[in-house]
Design a protein around this ligand. Structure first.
Ligand code: SAH
Length: 393
């Protein structure tokens, strides 16, 4: 087995518990190895640091699997999958759950989501691709899903020198799988839906809006297949409108509303920026506005542009609220950090002379655990604010 020797001082990051080593932090590799293989990692003074998968073609050249000098084989992967499930079994409904959250679960760049009896799997680094079958076998043994489907149609795979692909890995997968989230029924399109098919990370945030929507008029922007909108309906909203640019997402959302017998929820296929702008020119008001856009930036360099996007929708969202209404505003971009995001929302409120009361400032669900040693693992922000118009104070 080859050994990657780090440049002097670069072992500190490994000691701090961060699971990545950048290509520029490697001094040299002793012995021959193919991209994607497991290597030993040593400091410049040849102290053993970790076992990792190595990909010289990726900026993240080493992804650490273990800090012990141990064999990385099928048993190792099975034990990791078991551990990830053991954690979730204590609090989660595994039928609507992120089973594996990559680095946080010690399985770098691997994502597994369970929807009903089907698992949707992503393997986004070359090193873990070779363990894909082991991961599938372990999931199969532990959970007995009727099918496992691969959703590796993600561009980052190309940065790792891999092709994008989708397909069946095990069993059978129906076109639409049914699952429940917080007691609400959803059809999930595991084969063609966005990302793995459904956004599980907001599950607890959706439940958190329960006290604020009863009897209210709710606008859910970037509604996808309707989970926020349907939660609002379940918690007693009088009327709910969802807006999403994807016609297909809106069709699925309407279907999901029907599945639950909600008749006061409607979906509009539109660009939310335009929709918010048009509404803000009318007298129409809402009691609750939800903003859960896609990541406006995927790089640190594009944060400024993203900030403008977040500010615009928050400004328009706040303007549409009645006095004492609630803004539920989210950002899933890892590069938009929690404090700067708060500032964007505050700036938007200031521009329209509204006063914000922070009710809660939340993050991703517990099945997407955050590693304090690797801040990149926290990506979701979800602020719930009460909005006072033309401030009384
Ligand atoms: N709120 C959803 C997740 C949203 S993901 C949930 O809880 O599951 C982001 C959604 O925004 C996607 O469904 C995507 O189709 C939609 N979208 C992207 N750009 C948009 C735009 N400009 N206007 C409206 N919707 C948009």
């Amino acid at each position: 087995m080859a050994t990657a020797i780090l440049a002097p001082g670069k072992e500190q990051r490994v000691f701090s518990g961060h699971p990545w080593v950048f290509r520029s932090d490697i001094s040299y590799v002793k012995g021959s190895c193919k991209p994607g293989e497991v290597v030993r990692v040593e400091s410049a003074k040849h102290r053993f640091l970790a076992m990792a998968v190595y990909n010289p073609n990726s900026q993240i050249a080493l992804r650490i699997l273990s800090h012990h000098d141990e064999k990385i084989d099928s048993d190792f992967i099975h034990a990791r999958v078991h551990r990830a499930l053991e954690y979730r079994r204590s609090f989660a409904d595994l039928q609507s759950c992120r089973l594996i959250f990559a680095e946080s679960d010690g399985l770098p760049a691997v994502i597994a989501d369970q929807f009903g009896s089907v698992i949707s799997l992503q393997c986004l680094c070359l090193g873990m691709e070779q363990f894909k079958q082991d991961i599938c076998d372990a999931l199969e043994e532990e959970l007995h899903p009727i099918g496992i489907y691969e959703r590796n149609d993600v561009p980052v795979r190309e940065l790792e020198g891999m092709e994008q692909m989708t397909g069946l890995l095990h069993g059978t997968v129906p076109d639409i799988v049914e699952m429940r989230e917080n007691g609400i029924r959803f059809g999930v399109d595991v084969k063609n839906g966005q990302k793995t098919g459904f956004f599980l990370d907001q599950k607890e945030n959706r439940a958190a809006m329960a006290p604020f929507v009863k009897g209210k008029r709710v606008l859910d922007c970037f509604s996808h297949t309707g989970p926020f909108a349907l939660h609002a309906a379940k918690y007693g909203a009088a009327e709910v409108i969802g807006v999403d640019i994807s016609e297909y997402a809106c069709q699925c959302a309407a279907q999901n509303a029907k599945l639950n017998g909600f008749t006061n929820v409607g979906f509009v296929a539109a660009n939310a920026f335009d929709y918010l702008k048009e509404k803000s020119m009318t007298d129409e008001k809402f009691d609750v506005v939800i903003l859960d856009p896609p990541a406006f930036t995927k790089t640190r360099q594009a944060v400024d542009g993203a900030t403008r996007g977040y500010k615009e929708i928050n400004l328009r969202g706040i303007k549409l609220l009645k006095d004492g209404g609630y803004l539920i505003t989210c950002s899933c971009s890892q590069h938009m950090l929690p404090e700067p995001f708060k500032q964007v929302v505050l700036d938007a409120a200031k521009d329209c002379h509204a006063r914000l009361m922070q009710v809660e400032y939340r993050t991703q669900g517990r099945d997407h655990p955050i590693l304090p040693a690797a801040p990149e693992t926290q990506y979701l922000k979800c602020g719930i604010y009460r909005v006072e118009q033309s401030s009384i104070i």
